[in-house]
Design a protein. Structure first.
Length: 907
RNA sequence: GCCAGGGUGGUGAAAUCGGUAUACACGCUAGGUUUAGGACCUAGUGCCCCUUAAAGGCGUGCAGGUUCAAGUCCUGUCCCUGGCACCA
């Protein structure tokens, strides 16, 4: 055997340079035949550099891209940097650097790292979200949101991270487990994980609530569209479920109860009216208008009670929602001295005011059913209210009955409901909803859990929100909307046609606000030194009059610019639209500038395969879908492209190290660079893909990668000894089987089993190599008997196939051996993926297990042609010595033969 | 609490229209080669019984069931991971 060492460093570098030189991965985007837009979620360039988890995910995406390439697809595989935003800024603050400087450094480092992994990225079309050339369009997107009536500023109780010193969207407030961080107090001390903990997705600090005026995007307008769209897309079920849960569509019923002695009604909302027969009281949020009317004495309840209520309402004001509904907290409340009447049974129910009922949920009034609800039960115990349970019959929902029995042991009366007898929860709910609507006592309402997207951030490193506020215009009730209305009236647009105009009826609420003129974009982020967040509720730009003092776009007088920046997730909500248009002229349409070329966009979108992490289930993946839908609805993206940006999404898993998620604080971050240096990118890629299924949570281990390195060297050795192969039916069959297996597995992202199939094939070749050494010595003597030409061509076919199958996993090695074998034939990555002959994937000999009473006792070998000859197979089985011994004098009860699978004798 | 998904050797994991459980690797053991180590090569490696071999018994979280046959299907149960949650 000839031994030549495989110099991975030199060979990998050589091919990376060559591919770049010949532009192998820069597709001609005007060639639309078989387009395949293969997208991997772009990383944010942290100061620590790319870690092995990135390499795992990106290689997974690269393998399928390369496979598609070899299957005749015109693959576009771009890469960029999510470099704007809080994550990058936090790193810059940590290392005491300016984010702009840091990003310039880290993106360079990332590029170098990603190039070294040998991914097939089109380096001519990259995107960096902090470039003004990019964020100009993020700002443009904001103005379009505003003009579509989908952006508004409102004072609200919002999530506040005391460490990042900014507000956060609901989606960015998570459990410590989701953040993958240990929870921290606002002082930065590490806390023990407790149930219900809500932390900042970025830094793990316990989130607080603050009342602040903030910009929101009306994603709630799209709740139903976001929900419906999930039905048609090829996404993992768990991601779809997460989005469904987050959108939280539920059918409620608002039920009217007359108030005893008053000409009033109270509207209670519920999703479980089936338990309504067991209602014994009503609880109302302190913010409810009914309470306000008590306090103004419009509704008379007596002075003493009124005073108590007034005090209780005041007390509640100091408490956050989270605090009010926190588990285990003792129930509090005030009786109003007013009763409501349950239409269903005429029962009088006392009305209480309590803080565990939130005005933001339903109608802010809840009917108390202590027999069926834990909170109501606690409340009833505290205020000595009756407890009643509704039994809906033996055939009812089992868990429901169990729950009832549990309470029954404690106290209360049982009501047998004939009305709902025998129905499960869903049917009972439907029946009573129908009944209540028929009687006119209730009305079905669809409600969503989804909340509007809080878009402003009191930080520096982001696109300044391109909005201007003018006090003069505000006083006059003027805004962009009033101007637009006037303009439209002036050009004699049919006013009726404006009915659908999103903001035609909201002009008032936007008094004073103007988007920055499109021609004035970008609103550049000034290079300031005091960019550190201070936590005042205003961003660092608020200290710079030279930034915020501007002319009003409406009246030309002095006005102020918004000083908050937008959320990072806005940057990443549209980047995939930008990639194909990078490098093209900015002015794409006749009358309107767009961030993308409409033609190229129509040709290349939507994304064919989106490859990314499951952690973005309700963040990026929800925001991007929303933005896309808005762009389609407002004519910026052609309807014909469909209403979903990612029809196919694959969620890869997460690599761990020593049983935990990689993080710098744990000190378990694996840097791919040292492995690339020591073993080569091909070995690393192969190891990462072999560790386990792509959607799993593989643990990185050094010993594993050493094993893979040996495998790579073994492959190299086989190619260096290629002349010693001879034709062999066993190898031919194995080759066809391997092509089949690898092809099928890659399509299912089962790279680990695809690689093990290649290993089996290599093991067969290896045995052959050894046998060949002996054979080739005899060969000279017998060469007349053999067809040498055939011998050579078959031999090279075995190896060519091996190289082709390896190409997506080990692109450099495959290229090197391919060029050795086929000089001048072009890159292996442009070759056609091998196909298999279905006739040649089956072996001529079959091994059939023979069982006695279902236990394996022997195996027999038969010819493939005899596969369906039951009598023959059974007689061979009975002729087997071991089986004869087992059968002996026993009576054969039954003989089973599953053709080609097994034989079973029952005795 | 509700909704998904999952529990297989010392380790990562294969195998689910029911049909040879543990493929492929890692690790380990023994031998070869080597001055030694590493590397490489060969053999072995689920557990139990046994001097060894042959033969056998037991084995996919646990307890049952269906079946000629169960990791795979059914019932119950325990545990783990993820999503939602005093949402009324």
């Amino acid at each position: 055997m000839v031994k030549t060492e495989y110099n991975h460093n030199a060979i990998e570098k050589k091919w990376q340079q060559n591919w770049s030189k010949i532009g192998l991965y820069t597709p001609n985007l005007n060639d639309l035949k078989n387009k395949f837009y293969n997208l991997w979620m772009f990383p944010y360039p942290s100061a620590e550099g790319l870690h092995a988890g990135h390499a795992f995910a990106s290689t997974g995406s690269d393998v399928i891209g390369r496979y598609m390439y070899m299957n005749g697809k015109n693959v576009f595989q771009p890469i960029g940097y999510d470099s704007f935003g809080i994550h990058s800024e936090n790193f810059a603050l940590k290392i005491n650097d300016h984010p702009a400087k840091m990003i310039a450094r880290t993106t360079k480092h990332y590029e170098q790292q990603m190039r070294s992994l040998g991914h097939a990225y089109d380096w001519n079309r990259t995107v960096t979200t902090s470039d003004s050339d990019y964020y100009r369009w993020t700002q443009w997107l904001f103005t379009q949101m505003f003009k579509a009536g989908l952006a508004y500023k409102k004072k609200a109780q919002v999530n506040w991270c005391p460490s990042c010193k900014t507000v956060l969207a609901d989606e960015q407030v998570v459990t410590p487990a989701q953040a993958g961080k240990e929870p921290k107090s606002s002082e930065g001390e590490t806390l023990k994980i407790a149930e219900g903990m809500q932390v900042c997705e970025r830094c793990g600090t316990l989130v607080e609530r603050k009342d602040l005026e903030q910009w929101f995007f009306k994603i709630t307008d799209y709740a139903n569209k976001l929900l419906e769209g999930l039905e048609k897309i090829n996404w993992p079920e768990k991601i779809k479920t997460a989005q469904r849960n987050w959108i939280g569509r539920k059918e409620w019923i608002d039920i009217k109860y007359p108030i005893d002695g008053l000409d009033e009604e109270i509207v209670v909302s519920t999703t479980r009216p089936d338990t309504n027969f067991g209602a014994t009281f009503i609880v109302m949020s302190p913010e409810h208008p009914f309470v306000a009317r008590i306090l103004t004495s419009e509704i008379k309840v007596g002075d003493k009670i009124k005073d108590n209520i007034s005090k209780y309402v005041e007390d509640t004001k100091s408490k956050s929602d989270a605090e009010r509904i926190s588990e285990g907290r003792e129930k509090t409340g005030i009786f109003t001295n007013v009763y409501a009447i349950n239409n269903l049974n005429g029962n009088k129910m006392p009305i209480y005011i309590t803080d565990f009922v939130l005005i933001s949920v339903g109608t802010g009034v809840v009917v108390g059913v202590p027999g069926h609800d834990k909170r109501d039960f606690e409340f009833a115990k505290k205020f000595n209210l009756p407890i009643k349970r509704v039994v809906v019959g033996k055939d009812g929902d089992v868990s429901e009955i169990k729950r009832i029995e549990q309470v029954q042991e404690e106290e209360g009366t049982i009501i047998n409901s004939e009305f709902l007898n025998g129905l499960d929860v869903h049917k009972a709910t439907k029946k009573i909803m129908d009944y209540l609507e028929d009687k006119g006592w209730g009305k079905r309402v669809v409600r969503y859990h989804l909340r509007d997207w809080l878009i402003s951030r009191q930080r520096y490193w982001g696109p300044p929100i391109p909005m201007v506020y003018c006090q003069v215009c505000a006083k006059n009730g003027q805004s962009w909307f009033t101007q637009e209305r006037d303009r439209k009236t002036e050009v004699k647009m049919d006013l009726k046609s404006m009915e659908g105009w999103p903001a035609s009826n909201i002009c008032d609420s936007f008094a004073g606000w103007y988007p920055v003129l499109e021609s004035d974009l970008p609103v550049s982020l000034p290079n300031i030194k005091d960019f550190k967040p201070e936590g005042t509720g205003k961003g660092p730009l608020a200290k710079h009059p030279e930034f915020y003092e501007v002319e009003c776009p409406g009246c030309g007088k002095k006005a102020v610019r918004e000083t908050d920046v937008s959320d990072t997730f806005l940057d990443s909500a549209w980047y995939f639209l930008r990639y194909p248009s990078v490098g093209l002229k900015q002015k794409f349409a006749k009358n309107q500038e767009l961030p993308w070329d409409p033609q190229i966009t129509n040709d290349w979108l939507p994304v064919d395969l989106y490859f990314g992490g499951a952690e973005h289930a309700v963040l990026h993946l929800m925001y991007a879908r929303f933005v896309w839908k808005m762009l389609v609805d407002n004519g910026f993206v052609d309807k014909s492209l469909g209403y979903e940006p990612f029809p196919w999404f694959y969620a890869h898993g997460l690599m761990i190290k020593d049983g935990a998620k990689m993080s710098k604080s744990r000190g378990n971050v694996v840097n791919p660079d040292e492995y690339v240096e020591k073993y080569g990118a091909d070995t690393l890629r192969l190891y990462l893909m072999f560790m386990g299924p792509m959607d799993g949570y593989p643990d990185f281990r050094d010993t594993g990668i050493e094993g893979m390195h040996k495998f790579v060297e073994r492959i190299w050795a086989i190619f260096q000894n290629s002349q010693q192969f001879s034709k062999d039916q066993q190898i031919t069959i194995k080759m066809h089987q391997t092509i089949k297996k690898v092809t099928e597995d890659i399509q299912l992202f089962k790279y680990n089993t695809a690689i093990s199939a290649i290993m089996e094939y290599v093991n067969v070749l290896k045995v052959q190599t050894q046998n060949s050494i002996i054979k080739s010595q005899n060969h000279k003597l017998k060469s007349k008997d053999e067809d040498i030409a055939d011998w050579v061509s078959v031999s090279s076919q075995y190896l060519k196939t091996l190289a082709l199958l390896l190409a997506p996993f080990t692109p450099h090695l495959a290229e090197e051996v391919w060029q050795q074998m086929n000089p001048g034939s072009g890159s292996i990555h442009k070759q056609k993926w091998p196909s298999y002959d279905p006739k040649l994937v089956v072996e001529q000999k079959l091994t059939i297990p023979v069982q006695i009473n279902g236990k394996l006792r022997a195996t027999i070998e038969i010819d493939r042609e005899k596969e369906n000859d039951k009598d023959y197979v059974l007689s061979v089985s009975k002729g087997n010595k071991k089986i004869q011994k087992w059968l002996g004098q026993q009576k054969l009860k039954k003989e089973i033969y599953v053709p080609g699978r097994l034989v079973n004798f029952v005795i």
